[in-house]
Design a protein around this ligand. Structure first.
Ligand SMILES: [Zn+2]
Length: 268
């Protein structure tokens, strides 16, 4: 049995780091699969990531349908993002949903796709699909852009695609949500935190590169993105090196004095 205190301490630290790095606004969230039970996952209650402090702030939910278990009551209306991704992809253990303002413009400009601009964004791979919730709305659904039912969560999870060489993993790590934000997935809290940060960093770099290219009289075509081989090999590097930024971010967020982790510093 895995020590759940370490898992929850790491989840709390990730909430703080994602606030510290401005990846999450007060409505973003991160989940982790229960390491002792593949059928449930942990996700903070409805509160800003910065103020998640202890086990009392974290709920446990069924992967099968997002329902609350083990004394959990209520929670995020959007927890079906997490349940449906964890259900469809058994190799995924952690999911982040963000409303990053750096990424949002790419969700609403159909002509400019997110592309990996530098080596820390190789995990974005060959495509970052853009999920348009309008395509799956039914007549009676409120059009509030929220992925707040298992059906909408399943439709979002599906855009990550099928990886024929590793069926338990998605084809793409990351997807946009039109007019809403993005999701990214990983095998651990540390890895998905790295992916979420570098998804926002990459968006900032790409936006500047496009602007620079435009000011030089070139269009989008003037920007040179990573090749297919560079994306693949950089992704492998991104995966094994996730321990490094994680260790720094844990210490930085702790020393900022802005956060409380009742379970102490997570193992690094
Ligand atoms: Zn949202």
């Amino acid at each position: 049995m895995v020590n759940l205190t370490a898992t929850l301490s790491t989840l709390i630290a990730a909430n703080h780091i994602l606030d510290y790095l401005n990846v999450l606004d007060p409505f973003g969230h991160i989940s982790v699969r229960n390491p002792n039970n593949n059928d449930t996952f942990f996700l903070a209650y409805q509160m800003g990531a910065a103020i998640v402090s202890g086990p009392k702030d974290i709920g446990e939910y069924q992967v099968s349908d997002g329902s609350a278990v083990n004394g959990t009551r209520g929670g995020y209306a959007e927890r079906y993002i997490h349940s449906e991704i964890l259900k469809r992809y058994p190799d995924v253990n952690a999911v982040i949903h963000s409303h990053s303002e750096d990424v949002l413009p790419y969700t609403i400009t159909g002509s400019v796709e997110v592309q990996p601009t530098y080596h820390m964004a190789g995990f974005l791979g060959d495509d970052v699909p853009n999920f348009d919730i309008e395509s799956v709305y039914e007549a009676t659904d409120p059009h509030d852009m929220l992925v707040n039912t298992p059906r909408l969560g399943a439709a979002l999870a599906a855009v990550l695609g099928t990886n024929t060489s590793q069926p338990g993993a998605p084809l793409y790590t990351t997807a946009l949500q039109r007019g809403h934000g993005f999701i990214t997935t990983g095998t651990s809290i540390e890895q998905v935190t790295e992916f979420a940060y570098y998804a926002t960093s990459n968006a900032r770099v790409q936006t500047r590169a496009i602007g620079l290219s435009a000011s030089a009289g070139m269009g989008i075509d003037g920007v040179h993105y990573l090749s297919t081989e560079e994306r693949r090999d950089s992704k492998n590097m991104n995966i094994w090196i996730s321990y490094k930024p994680w260790k720094q971010w844990v210490i930085q967020s702790e020393r900022s004095g802005m956060y409380v982790n009742e379970l102490g510093t997570p193992p690094v």
